[in-house]
Design a protein around this ligand. Structure first.
Ligand code: NAP
Length: 290
């Protein structure tokens, strides 16, 4: 019988993860079956334990359960500790291990596929939700010189930065590549959209405004001055943020399909011990969407 995996969330019908993991399995010759698991909003733990007890080997976790998955996991990777959120569960004999692959996925997509070396860059992230939480540590580890988190509700960005700094001091794993903990003042800061400052090389949209196709209330100059605008949201058509960035004068903008494929490859590696090639899977999904 094939080893069973799934993505758990609510909603989950839209998830591209089954298609991605089916392609990874075929490419690497791994015998797995990967499905979707819709959990009731108040029934995450019960759904996970039922899946595990029926022989399931691992889960990807999506909205709105990443914090619950963090709390439930018996053991956690260093990057999950820093994020305070889990998007990958692996059911080992000695308990469930939680990991967070979102940040590694973003860094890999930016550096390997898009060719943007992050060391020394100034990065602005718009939004202070679960996705931002997962990418702060990996961006700093990649050598980003200045990381600004700007949010519609400024207090949430400030709280997120405070939480991260506390976690970095108390939970940063031994041997962590996170340089300079505690971080030098000003390297990481939270604020509102109006206080985002200027001179950012990369602007990342990590808000959920894209779901409704909404424009973000940020100055055109922020986008015009960047070398790349990156939308974590992805869609078959050009996303609202990609359109906004290009119209504002940003020379290059792309959506988050590459991050999705890369974070999935990190999960696959954690489960199966083999890293799939992501470029052909990215190309196939892009062609399928078109
Ligand atoms: P989340 O935890 O719900 O956070 C949502 C964030 O968006 C909050 O900061 C919220 O600000 C902000 N926001 C919502 N509507 C807004 C609007 N109209 N204008 C300005 N800000 C708005 O969501 P998440 O999990 O972080 O996900 C964020 C996005 O990243 C989603 O589009 C998701 O699909 C995407 N994502 C992609 C990948 C990938 O692999 N490509 C992985 C993870 C997430 P307030 O605090 O003011 O409410």
């Amino acid at each position: 019988m094939s080893d069973r995996y799934a993505v758990i969330g609510n909603p989950v019908a839209h998830s591209r993860s089954p298609s991605i993991h089916a392609r990874f399995a075929k490419q690497t010759g791994q015998d797995i079956e990967y499905g979707r698991l819709l959990a009731p909003l108040d029934g995450f733990v019960e759904a996970v334990e039922r899946f595990r007890d029926a022989g399931g080997r691992g889960l990807n976790v999506t909205l709105p359960f990443k914090l619950e998955a963090f709390a439930w996991a018996a053991r956690r990777s260093g990057r999950a500790q820093l994020a305070g959120a889990v998007n990958t569960l692996r059911f080992d004999r000695d308990g469930a291990r939680g990991d967070n692959t979102d940040g590694a996925g973003l860094v890999r997509d930016l550096e390997d596929r898009l060719g943007l070396a992050l060391a020394g860059r100034s990065v602005l992230i718009l939004g202070a939700g679960g996705a931002t939480r997962g990418v702060i540590g990996p961006l700093l580890e990649a050598g980003v010189a200045r990381l600004t988190i700007a949010n519609r509700t400024p207090s949430r960005a400030i709280e997120l930065v405070d939480d991260f700094l506390r976690a970095a001091e108390s939970r940063a794993p031994a041997g962590s590549a996170l340089p300079g903990t505690p971080l030098p003042a000003g390297r990481l800061r939270g604020c509102g959209f109006d206080d985002a400052g200027g001179g950012h090389d990369l602007v990342v949209n990590a808000t959920s405004a894209g779901l409704a196709g909404e424009r973000l209330p940020i100055a055109d100059a922020l986008l015009a001055g960047a070398v790349l605008a990156y939308d974590m949201f992805y869609a078959a058509r050009e996303t609202a943020f990609v359109a906004q960035a290009l119209a504002a004068g940003c020379p290059r903008a792309c959506d988050g399909l590459g991050m999705l494929v890369e974070q999935a490859a990190e999960s696959f590696l954690a489960w199966r011990g083999v890293r799939p090639l992501t470029a052909p899977v990215y190309e196939a999904l892009r062609a399928e969407a078109a």
